[in-house]
Write a protein that binds this ligand. Structure first.
Ligand SMILES: [Zn+2]
Ligand SMILES: [Zn+2]
Length: 141
């Protein structure tokens, strides 16, 4: 029988241990509540090892924030097509409500609008609507 280290009431990252959960194969498990309200159970040894210090949802959000920071460092001030990127946000857009990175951009003509970052990077969107039309006319000629 393993010794149970009682960590009830302790905080690990975003999670607070709120109670003892039924153990599995003699391994102590605890109920934990994340700052976002998510309650689940984790193995005591894992959380003491520095694992699972926030719930999956928070980890995902944190991962996205990290990625957003990296994208900001790399792309803010850069020009893709006719647009210069002024900022990057994580959110949803459009009728479908797809989630992902949104680039705050300013077109060559001065028109500001947010666009899907991935669409911009893949060249699916270029300038604002009126500039794109002009561009298309030029290419057609
Ligand atoms: Zn959470
Ligand atoms: Zn424009």
């Amino acid at each position: 029988m393993r010794e149970v280290v009682d960590i009830r009431g302790q905080r690990f990252g975003k999670r607070v241990v709120i109670g003892l959960a039924p153990s599995i194969s003699g391994r102590a498990r605890f109920y934990v509540r994340c700052d976002c309200g998510d309650v689940t159970h984790v193995f005591g040894h894992l959380i003491r090892d520095g694992k699972g210090h926030s719930c999956r949802k928070c980890q995902r959000i944190q991962g996205s924030l990290k990625k957003k920071d990296a994208l900001e460092r790399e792309y803010v001030g850069k020009r893709i097509g006719l647009r210069t990127i002024e900022g990057i946000q994580f959110g949803s857009w459009g009728k479908t409500g797809s989630r992902g990175f949104v680039a705050e951009t300013v077109c060559e003509c001065g028109y500001r609008s947010p666009v899907s970052f991935s669409a911009l990077k893949r060249g699916i969107v270029n300038g604002c609507i009126s500039c794109s039309k002009k561009l298309k006319k030029k290419q057609d000629m």
